[in-house]
Design a binder for this molecule. Structure first.
Ligand code: KE4
Length: 431
């Protein structure tokens, strides 16, 4: 049934660790072997064996317009004959920086990089340089890329694979990373009391995506903002996933919080490699060559990637884009909860905008430990059942799923029909 994927995976296993170029692609948490994809069009993706699926992974968030949006393809195709990279500045990256600053007023200066990992790694370095402090605070289950300091109680693939933390991170460095549960105000206040005036930065996914989707409790981000301001700690909003996803201006617009530094990625590259970090001029003007904090990148601001990002932002800025996308996502998530209730399958669906996660649990999911109580085995059966019915969700309970503007009513109907079958089967199996 997946013969070509299986053959490619067999070859890949002898060439790449785990046969993949990123752990979350390996299907380890859901069983079976990973699919190899051949093409995508709109909201559907097709594997190398010719099977197509409604895609709710969307390259883990970047494809807010779906696959191969004609205007994005045309823009990149038009830019390609001018060159793929110059290692010099181009007009397009100035334009992208202007778009980012318009959407994120807290970002007075921005530096383009090639991934979210580079963005968060550099933002931490800026915060440590500006404060002269070494300790940082992160939240359990949040994932900020694979920079050493941030692979402590991380989410996403680290959580999916149940890795305690990553070997290879020097203890001396890991010990500088303080972690507290997301949404836990008491633990947050304790951390700022215990490490008073010692924290260089607090980095947070303002809406967690990497423990599955977990919204901030009312008052949580406000308290974090107040504590960081009081103690001269740089507040870093990691908006790699939420930036231009939950709103044009990201979670900081949605919750009216101004961080000191912001990291971006995914949507701003339109499916090509772009990351960014930025914030107050006083902080960012420390970055070389304006200041002494070094960060660099051969392909930073790559003309093709920036072109894809610029065209994507131009399209999502059009009137009604987010209203339609969010309304359709709500219809899907309300429908999933209704189908689960009909089948008496415990299901909690968290959603912010067009990112969501269905947790197989009865209890509210408000932090990483409550997310871990979800029935991962049941999730795996659900994932496989939906895949068999042509619906491709992220292969992990600890990930967010996404809609694109290419998804329509028909796809939601098709997805809910598949969910009804799968949840009924889960319910009868549980009896
Ligand atoms: P990248 O280095 O993968 O571009 O970005 C790291 C990153 C940083 N911050 C947040 C909030 C992120 O979600 C990510 C990356 N997200 C994962 C999936 N949740 C990427 C998928 C993967 O690792 O293959």
């Amino acid at each position: 049934m997946h013969n070509k994927s299986q053959e490619l995976f067999r070859r890949a296993l002898g060439l790449m660790p785990g046969g993949v170029n990123s752990p979350v692609r390996a299907f380890r948490a859901v069983g079976g072997e990973p699919l190899f994809m051949a093409s995508g069009k709109g909201c559907r993706i097709t594997d190398v064996d010719g099977a197509s699926y409604i895609d709710y992974v969307l390259s883990w968030g970047p494809l807010i317009l779906g696959h191969c949006h004609p205007e994005v393809v045309e823009a990149v195709a038009r830019a390609l004959p001018s060159g793929t990279s110059f290692g010099a500045s181009t007009a397009a990256e100035v334009e992208l920086a202007e778009r980012i600053r318009e959407a994120f007023p807290s970002v007075e200066r921005v530096r383009l990089v090639n991934s979210g990992t580079e963005a968060t790694m550099a933002a931490l370095r800026v915060a440590r340089a500006a404060t002269g402090r070494e300790k940082i605070l992160k939240f359990e289950g949040c994932y900020h890329g694979h920079a050493d300091s941030l692979l402590v109680k991380a989410g996403s693939g680290v959580a999916t694979l149940g890795l305690p933390d990553s070997p290879g991170v020097p203890r001396a460095l890991a010990e500088l990373t303080i972690t507290v549960p997301f949404n836990d105000l008491a633990a947050l206040e304790d951390a700022f009391r215990i490490h008073r005036h010692q924290l260089a930065a607090a980095i947070v996914e303002p809406v967690v995506g990497n423990a599955g989707c977990i919204p901030p409790r009312v008052g949580f981000l406000e308290t974090l903002r107040a504590l960081t301001a009081q103690q001269g700690t740089a507040l870093i909003f990691d908006e790699v996933m939420t930036g231009f996803r939950v709103a044009w201006g990201g979670a900081q617009q949605l919750y009216s919080i101004q961080p000191d530094l912001t990291t971006l990625g995914k949507v701003i590259g339109g499916g090509l490699p772009v990351g960014a970090y930025g914030g107050k001029a006083g902080l960012m003007d420390q970055v070389a060559p304006a200041g002494p904090v070094y960060q660099a990148g051969t392909l930073s601001g790559n003309p093709l990637a920036v072109t894809a990002g610029l065209k994507t932002l131009e399209i999502i800025r059009r009137p009604g884009f987010y209203e339609r996308l969010n309304a359709l996502t709500e219809k899907l998530t309300v429908g999933l909860q209704a189908e689960a209730a009909r089948c008496h399958v415990p299901l909690v669906v968290n959603r912010v905008g067009s990112m969501f996660t269905a947790f197989f649990t009865r209890e509210p999911v408000t932090d990483y430990s409550s997310a871990q109580k979800a029935d991962a085995a049941c999730f795996a059966k659900y994932f496989r059942g939906m895949l068999e019915r042509g619906v491709y969700f992220p292969p992990s309970q600890f990930e967010a799923a996404f809609l694109s503007s290419a998804h329509g009513e028909d796809e939601v109907t098709e997805t809910l029909r598949a969910a009804r079958d799968v949840l009924a089967a889960l319910s009868s199996a549980a009896l």
